[in-house]
Design a binder for this molecule. Structure first.
Ligand code: CUA
Length: 337
C-alpha cells in the first residue's frame, strides 16, 4: 500500500469520526444525571458510543476510499481476482469485535452490580401507581403519604412498587432507570440521588385515558431539609387540622391528576370538573353531600354525561377511612355552599 493511500484513508476516517462525534456530543441526548446509578449508566452509554464512533470511522474510511479509488471503468466487464479467504484477516475481524463486545459486557455487569448494591441507612419508599396518579409512602415514618416524591441527597433509596390496577411504568429521566409496576408483584428500584433539584416523575406505559396526565414530581433535598419535612409531616398526621385534612386527602390520592378543582389548583380534564359539583348534583337530582360521597365510593353508580365510565378508580371506598372520606366530601362541597 502506498503512503499516499494510507494518508487519505486516515484523513477520511478522521473526518467521518469527527462528524459522528459532533452529532453525539452536540445534541443533548441524555439529561444531566441526578443519581449515582444514572452517572454509571451514562458511562456505559458513552463507552459504547465511543467504540461505535471508532468502528464507524474505520468502515466509512474503507468504503469511501474503495468507492473513489477502485471504481470499475464503464466498459470494464472483467471479473475481479479469485480470492479464497485470508486467515490473518479473519482472525483479526473476529478477535477485535469479540474483545469489544466482551469489554462492554464486563463493564455493564460491574455497573449493574454497583447500581443494585444498597448503601447504609436505606430509605424505603412505597410507590403506588393507579389510574392516573402516583402516591409515595414512607413506611419508616408512620406510613406518611405524599403525592410528591421527597428524597434526601446522597442516601440510598429503595422504591418498592405496587399497582392498584394496570401496568404503569415509573420514570424519572434524570435518575436514569425505568421500572414497570405490574399488578400482583412488587418490583423494586434502587436510586441514590446526588443532585439537588426538582424532577418530573413520568408514567411511561400507556395505561388508559389519563396516561399522559399521570405525572408527579420528585424533589431531591439536603438531608437536613428532608428530615425537617419528614418530621413536620409526621406530626401533622397525629393532629389533623380539619380544614387541611380534606385538602391532604385530595392531594395524596392524586385527585388533581384527573379533575379540575380551583381550591386545589387542579386543572386536569379526564374526569368531571369538581368546581361544578352543585350543578352535577342538581342534574342527578340528588342532595349535594350524598351525591359527592357516592361518586367517590361508587363511581360507576352515576356517570356525569360527557365523561367516560370505568376511569375513576373504584377502590376509594376501601382505601379511605371514614374520617378521610368525611374530610374529602367537606373539602369538595365547601366552595359550592
Ligand atoms: Cu400510568 Cu401511563
Amino acid at each position: 500500500m502506498r503512503r499516499g493511500s494510507i494518508a487519505s484513508l486516515i484523513g477520511i476516517g478522521v473526518l467521518a469520526g469527527g462528524i459522528a462525534a459532533a452529532v453525539a456530543l452536540a445534541l443533548p441526548w441524555l439529561p444531566t444525571p441526578a443519581s449515582r446509578e444514572a452517572g454509571r449508566i451514562d458511562f456505559i452509554f458513552w463507552f459504547t458510543v465511543t467504540i461505535c464512533i471508532v468502528i464507524f470511522a474505520l468502515v466509512a474510511a474503507v468504503i469511501l476510499y474503495s468507492v473513489t479509488h477502485f471504481r470499475a471503468a464503464p466498459d470494464d466487464d472483467s471479473d475481479g481476482p479469485p480470492i479464497h479467504g485470508h486467515t490473518g484477516l479473519e482472525i483479526v475481524w473476529t478477535l477485535i469485535p469479540t474483545l469489544l463486545v466482551t469489554s462492554i459486557g464486563i463493564a455493564s455487569a460491574i455497573v449493574l452490580s454497583k447500581d443494585d448494591a444498597l448503601g447504609k441507612n436505606v430509605l424505603h419508599v412505597n410507590v403506588t401507581a393507579q389510574q392516573f396518579a402516583w402516591t409515595f409512602s414512607y413506611p419508616d415514618a408512620k406510613n406518611l403519604t405524599s403525592a410528591t416524591l421527597m428524597l434526601p441527597k446522597g442516601r440510598s433509596v429503595l422504591l418498592t412498587f405496587t399497582s392498584k390496577d394496570v401496568i404503569h411504568s415509573f420514570w424519572v429521566p434524570e435518575f436514569g432507570q425505568k421500572q414497570d409496576t405490574v399488578p400482583g408483584i412488587h418490583p423494586t428500584l434502587h436510586i441514590t440521588p446526588d443532585r439537588l433539584g426538582t424532577f418530573d416523575v413520568i408514567c411511561t406505559e400507556l395505561c388508559g385515558l389519563g396516561h399522559s396526565t399521570m405525572r408527579s414530581t420528585a424533589v431531591v433535598m439536603t438531608p437536613a431539609a428532608f428530615d425537617t419535612w419528614l418530621n413536620g409531616q409526621t406530626k401533622a398526621i397525629g393532629s389533623p387540622n380539619a380544614g387541611q385534612a380534606g385538602a391532604a386527602v385530595f392531594k395524596n390520592n392524586g385527585c388533581g391528576a384527573c379533575h379540575t378543582f380551583a381550591a386545589a389548583g387542579a386543572s386536569a380534564k379526564v374526569g368531571p370538573d369538581l368546581d361544578k359539583l352543585k350543578a352535577y348534583a342538581q342534574q342527578a337530582k340528588q342532595p349535594l353531600d350524598a351525591f359527592v360521597r357516592d361518586s367517590i365510593v361508587k363511581p360507576n353508580a352515576y356517570i356525569q354525561p360527557g365523561y367516560p365510565r370505568n376511569v375513576m378508580p373504584q377502590t376509594f371506598g376501601q382505601a379511605l377511612s371514614k374520617q378521610q372520606l368525611d374530610a374529602l366530601v367537606q373539602y369538595l362541597t365547601q366552595p359550592s355552599k
